[in-house]
Design a protein around this ligand. Sequence first.
Ligand SMILES: C[S@@+](CC[C@H](N)C(=O)[O-])C[C@H]1O[C@@H](n2cnc3c(N)ncnc32)[C@H](O)[C@@H]1O
Length: 279
Amino acid sequence: MHERESAARKSTIYACERDKTRALTLQQMVRIAGAEGLVTIEACQDFLRVNPNQPPWNGVGALLLDPSCSGSGIVGRDEVLEVVLPREAVIEASKPQSKKRKRKLPVETGRPIMDTPEIPEKTPFKEDELPVQLSTRLTALSTFQLKLLLHAFEFPKARKITYSTCSIYAQENEHVVIKALDSPIAKRRGWRILQRHEKISGMKAWEIRGDLQACREVSEAEDVEKVAEACIRCEKGTKEGTQGFFVTAFVRDGEDQAAQELLEEEEEWEGLSDGSDGS
Ligand SMILES: C[S@@+](CC[C@H](N)C(=O)[O-])C[C@H]1O[C@@H](n2cnc3c(N)ncnc32)[C@H](O)[C@@H]1O
């Protein structure tokens, strides 16, 4: 087996979901996808409360952040085709059969293994929201989104982070990205944006990039264009047939000096407390 492939097979995906109902949905979708052996679901786990320096989190190499957002990019129910979630029978039928077992599985039993549940976000987007209400909500959301991103920056072994929203607002997108890049933790740990030319081909070729004007609203950096170019936007109502979406990625190279120092400091403290608390 190829070395990278074998390493990937040994990896575990930890999926944090704070909401109990959504964690159940996640569990069902993981099972239907046949990924139970790969994914450990941390149900009712607030990501902000996990300690990046404790196992298993101190071994995490990559994070995918898809936080709660305004949902302003989501196309209304009456505007799109119905999306049907996978059914177990269909998935089973599409799996390659072993040569010995020629027996065919039923292609469709008609009974979905799960209903397609309503998954309301806690903060649904309201088209008729007043500007003041919207602004207050965006401030709260973007504060939370930035907090999440800065927390992700703290994982000592992490080298890649993706950040995505289904929001059309720069406040939740480019502004969060620029504030994150300007943060002391990003600078200390060497986090930078994954530039357009470094991205995989599809992401590199996608024409709709981040909003440069919006980037300039919060950054005076000369190379702010690179940040805008490194962001990907999808718009609703365009020929691409997408919803409103935003995604970008952060990377860093090399050893994490700060994390190593922190670990050493913690070990020293643990050593001290062993002797002093009498336990
Ligand atoms: C935009 S949804 C994305 C969910 C999933 N990626 C999907 O595409 O269906 C954001 C999810 O993050 C969860 N969430 C929000 N804050 C969280 C936190 N602090 N820790 C863990 N999960 C959180 C919400 O409950 C919600 O299910």
